[in-house]
Design a protein around this ligand. Structure first.
Ligand SMILES: [Mg+2]
Length: 371
């Protein structure tokens, strides 16, 4: 692995953010609208429904398929051939640790679907005591960050391991130690703050100008979707999301229409499809990939040759980080998936229990080096 050069760091159009946010905040507050079941042209034409249907297979279909012996063996064959392209990080463990020889491994972990299984109610996605112990253990040996779509405070509360670094809102809210100063487009963009123990930290929040807009959109969506059974809107501080995992499929058009109607009035916001969730976030040149580069510098790893970053994640937003690591041969992306799908990751793990196995193997390997 080698570094392709440090000139790409944080390049882009962050300076455009302010203008965009101000233009949008000038607009009048959205009127509360109710979903109109018959009005589906917009959402069909815009491809919302197709993307929603393909975002992840319905769970009952999976259970049915896997309880059927023939379908199961077909699925296994398909999965096994997919593994040729995205080898299991467990079977390729030696190869991965060979890359890490003479380097410091830095771990970047997604939360939902990576450290915990995907559950119907996002409020119930609790980390298991064994996974929590594993994460605490890896953090003793490797600098470890969790980068989640949830708000930073929420993901900290869920993981509950103070030794980690935390980035919320898909990397748009990063708390880092004070010791390493990183500039974006030549400007120091931190806000000095204190963590829950009163220790000085730097906060990097590239979408801070969108805070009130996101809150407004969140409240609008809560109102608009309140009569759609199972719909759940979450405020992640710098982004918001609408979960439809528990919504009857016949009502998905209403969910899509609500989000579509809101986004029409906020050109500075965009939609990204996740696993049974519609993510609404600011149009800024920032994503989990840039957050990884930023964290590496903030943690003192500006020299790419001395570090092997490993990112483990399961969703579309994690692809930006996989891409950054793949380009320039910087590190390893590991996709968590029990179903074959195209990815920028180099390796795969089937589910969170395999993630735990991989992380524990890393700890054993590191300990063995010290003997
Ligand atoms: Mg995830």
């Amino acid at each position: 692995m080698h570094c392709s050069g440090g000139d790409e760091k944080f390049s882009g159009s962050l300076h455009l953010m302010g203008r965009c946010a101000h233009n949008c905040t000038d607009k009048k507050t959205l009127k509360r609208k109710k979903p109109i079941p018959g009005k589906v042209d917009d959402v069909r034409a815009s491809g919302y429904l197709d993307a929603m249907k393909s975002s992840s297979p319905p769970r009952n279909k999976l259970i049915k398929d896997f309880s059927n012996e023939v379908a199961s063996s077909e699925n296994d064959a398909t999965y096994n051939s997919w593994l040729m392209k995205y080898p299991s990080a467990l079977t390729a463990f030696e190869k991965i640790t060979n890359y890490a020889k003479g380097k410091q491994i830095a771990l970047f972990l997604d939360y939902d679907g990576t450290l915990t299984p995907i559950v119907d109610d996002p409020d119930s996605a609790f980390i298991s005591p064994s996974m929590q112990a594993t994460v605490r253990s890896v953090a003793k040996y490797f600098p470890t960050a969790v980068i989640s779509g949830r708000s930073r405070s929420k993901v900290y509360e869920l993981v509950g391991v103070p030794e980690l670094y935390y980035a919320g809102s898909h990397g748009m809210d990063i708390m880092v130690p004070v010791k390493h100063s990183v500039s974006v487009d030549g400007h120091i963009s931190y806000v000095r703050s204190t963590d829950q123990w009163g220790k000085e930290v730097n906060l990097f929040q590239p979408a801070s100008e969108f805070l009130s807009m996101i809150d407004e959109v969140f409240r609008t969506l809560v109102e608009m979707t309140k009569e759609i059974n199972g719909a759940k809107v979450e405020n992640h501080k710098f982004c918001t999301s609408v979960h439809y995992r528990l919504v009857d499929e016949k009502d998905w058009t209403m969910v899509a229409q609500c989000v579509h109607d809101v986004l029409k009035d906020y050109p500075c916001l965009r939609l990204k499809h996740g696993r049974k969730v519609l993510d609404i976030r600011p149009v800024i040149d920032w994503d989990k990939g840039k957050a990884v580069k930023f964290l590496l510098e903030s943690l003192g790893f500006s020299n790419c040759n001395g570090v092997l970053p490993i990112f483990i994640g399961d969703d579309t937003t994690d692809e930006d980080a996989f891409k950054v690591l793949r380009e320039g041969n910087r590190g390893c992306g590991i996709l968590v998936s029990s179903l074959p799908k195209e990815s920028n990751a180099l390796y795969s793990l089937r589910d969170p229990s395999e993630v735990m196995g991989f992380l524990n193997s890393l700890v054993r390997w590191k300990k063995s080096l010290a003997v």
